[in-house]
Design a protein around this ligand. Sequence first.
Ligand code: PMP
Length: 351
Amino acid sequence: MNKFWSEIANSIEPYTAGEQPKDKKYIKLNTNENPYSPSVKVLDAIRNAANESLKLYPDPTCNDLKTAIAEYYRLDNEQIFIGNGSDEILAFSFMAFFNPKEKVLFPDITYSFYPVFSDLFNIDYKCVPLDDEFNVQTKLLNEENGGIIISNPNAPTGISLPVSSIEEILKNNTDSVVIIDEAYIDFGGESAYKLINKYENLLVVQTFSKSRSLAGLRVGFAMGNSNLINALVKIKNSFNSYTTGKLALIGAIEAIKDNDYFEMTTKKIIKTREIVVKKLKEMGFWVLDSKANFIFISHPKVNAEKLFIELRSRGILVRYFSKKRIDNFIRISMGEIEDMERFIYEINDII
Ligand code: PMP
């Protein structure tokens, strides 16, 4: 116990992000970043906005970005919330919609920030097991709960859930908020945003970090019924009115507008994923069916932690989780095709 720390600072087990090493140049396939640069239009807009106006606070309502997103998804501004990365929105959501002692449900294998947020805000949770193929068992989400959160596609498996299953979950849980974390949705999944006019308990959270190549800018957004959005605004304004900076807002607006670049880069990543999956399957890997910008793989003969260590020593960083059920898998983010060719060469050499 540190006597100067609060109880929560003493007890909380924080989320561990993938490493960002500086010791040498690695092929970085460990944090699901986009290998492609942000759109030139985004970079130009940020450069042009780096001027005297930075002496003023940004628009706390983020209205222009909300308008750009609302136009893109054909929604109203009141149905959109902007945050400093989607992690922040998820944190606000735990505060806005969940209560201590009312168990929040999420899969046993999923984004490891969910239990951290639960602990931070003292919210009870229950991990609902995925089936043997790592699919969500929607029937297990019918028990009494204080909320549900699902990553779709799931992390770290990449497996996606059809919108029909999400609708079933919403119908069976009308008294609690269901959050769908769509950080990776643009790489082949089907977004649940279409359901927000139909279900008042649905919140869909997305990010600019992955499909729009802006992990460094820190912008995320949520879409939902204006009643839910108002709760998020209330929490945000009790925490920090200006979570999203001026340059971040400007960059994100341009990213939404440059749809051609977005389409081109996401298509390239999907194509790369298909090529890599095919090669790994030929090598005997079990490759989960990914609709994300990463894949989750296991080999029947070579231990995953060994693979992780050996790849690292050859200058390739992937992600390994020493967690029950997935401790014989590694997660590989899709890089540029040349880097993936090198990865394929090295992993083939190792096995
Ligand atoms: N959700 C999931 C499932 C993620 O993997 C990540 C990235 N680590 C996030 C949300 C958060 O992304 P960001 O805060 O960069 O928007």
